[in-house]
Write a protein that binds this ligand. Structure first.
Ligand code: CMC
Length: 425
């Protein structure tokens, strides 16, 4: 008898029941976890185009409607009412902090903001011009040598210590890496400053100039970090969950996430967008770039466009675009690249190629224009993405170790040579 909760697979004259599972918002999936046991068959899905790798309670995306929420709260609400640190707490704990919990979390962030002094010297040995994302992933991995016992057991007891250490030290390291790249002495974290203001101070103060902290700059940084804080099973989060499933130290798992994020198809796109906009501005020829993006014989893509999940305007991009206008107006900063981006978006969104494929601006399209206006150099853009994504990665790591008892280990279909006898010729 047919059961609405099962799908039936007919194979070799046998009927196999596959349970249909349903998520909070009615999204459905086929549970094939017993398929191989009952039939000997595996499923094939390169690049996980069609695979839900886990059940998760952290972030919800409706890619058709352009909805994104963290722990049930829409990002639009969080951007209006929360700061990044509260959002981090929300992702990690599933609820917004009470006043007391919030102040304890902030105290931990302050307590853990210092980098071990021995690590400061590590920065001296990277080649000049090394990309800060490569430096960050190495440095975060190196944390596992200072804190070797941060594993599933320790985190079950105390996620806040390890999480705040990561979120706080990453910020300090990022600012140190920048200072080193411009040959200036590092600025230590200041215990009186909140998270975002502290980062801006470490980046832009120097022994000879006191950085003027402006409210609108601190606010826009909070907005950007909130919007990047999680995005369910993207490439870097999947890397963190997969590597973490081998019961690897948390810092080593996060380091893998940073490496995944650095790629131009993922977080590295925010830097690539600005490179592209600059070239377009110089050439003063948008059509040329649109044509190149459409040309199947050309590997060029419109950076900051398209998304695996969103088949409509990325809700993060919509907020960032609006905030970008607001920020530039209030700070009286002019950005010729914003005009190039607006024009490029207009042309692409009216072009059949982009319409047919449902390609819209994504989170990376406008973010770099704001980062540039703040004064953050282009090679640090993806580091900013990583800084923001830490709470998401850690929340997924925590969820994974709490629910997934088995190591992640996909199968394959072998299509290589048959067994042959060894022959030296
Ligand atoms: N420019 C031109 N064509 C594109 C683009 C683009 N940016 N994105 C997708 N397409 C085309 C693609 O060529 C393909 O065409 P066809 O069906 O004729 O072969 C079709 O659209 C579907 O693309 P896909 O590569 O199969 O889609 P995907 O889900 O595998 O890739 C993506 C998603 C984000 C990697 C891709 O859209 C892309 O490369 N975008 C540019 C890089 C970028 O902005 N990345 C940031 C993503 S959002 C933040 C993050 O995840 O970190």
């Amino acid at each position: 008898m047919s059961n609405p909760n099962n799908a039936v697979l007919k194979i070799d004259g046998k009927e196999i029941m596959l349970p249909i599972v349903t998520g909070t918002h009615g999204e459905m999936g086929l549970d094939i976890s017993n398929l191989r046991n009952s039939t000997g068959l595996v499923t094939v899905d390169p690049s996980f185009m069609n695979t839900a790798a886990c059940y998760s309670k952290i972030t919800y995306i409706d890619g058709e409607k352009g909805i994104l929420s963290y722990r049930g709260i829409p990002i639009q609400e969080l951007v209006k009412k929360a700061r990044f640190v509260e959002t981090a707490y929300l992702l990690l704990h599933g609820k917004l902090p009470s006043r007391d919990q919030g102040s304890k979390f902030s105290q931990l962030l302050t307590r853990h903001s210092l980098l071990h002094e021995d690590m400061r010297h590590f920065f001296d040995n990277f080649p000049r011009g090394a990309h800060p994302m490569a430096i960050m992933s190495t440095m975060i991995n190196a944390l596992s040598t200072f804190y070797p016992n941060v594993d599933l057991l320790s985190l079950k007891e105390d996620i806040d210590t390890s999480a705040t250490r990561l979120i706080s030290i990453f910020r300090t390291m990022a600012a140190f890496a920048y200072k080193r790249s411009i040959g200036e002495p590092v600025v230590y974290p200041c215990p009186d400053l909140p998270y975002c203001a502290n980062f801006l101070n470490m980046m832009f103060s120097s022994p000879v100039t006191q950085y003027e902290l402006r409210e609108e700059t601190v606010r826009i940084l909070n907005v950007l970090l909130i919007l990047h804080a999680d995005h369910e099973q993207n490439c870097s989060t999947t890397a963190v969950r997969t590597i973490g499933s081998a019961q690897v130290n948390l810092y080593a798992s996060i380091s893998a996430g940073i490496s995944a994020l650095s790629g131009p198809l993922h977080g590295g796109a925010n830097q690539a967008v600005i490179d592209m906009l600059k070239k377009i501005e110089k050439d003063a020829n948008i059509k040329k770039y649109i044509d190149r993006a459409k040309d199947k014989n050309n590997s060029f893509r419109l950076m900051g466009f398209g998304h695996r999940v969103y088949k409509t305007y990325d809700p993060r991009a919509a907020i960032i675009k609006k905030e970008c206008h607001k920020f530039l107006r209030s700070t009286k900063i002019s950005s010729p690249l914003l005009n190039v981006a607006l024009e490029l978006e207009k042309v692409a969104l009216n072009d059949e190629y982009f319409i047919e494929r449902k390609l819209y601006p994504n989170v990376d399209f406008y973010s770099g224009i704001i980062y540039s206006a703040i004064g953050i150099p282009e090679n640090m853009f993806t580091v900013m993405f990583g800084l923001a994504r830490l709470p998401g990665w850690i929340a997924h790591w925590k969820e994974m170790i709490g629910t997934q008892t088995k190591i992640a280990r996909p199968r394959q279909i072998y299509v290589g040579k048959h067994v042959k006898e060894f022959s030296s010729r």
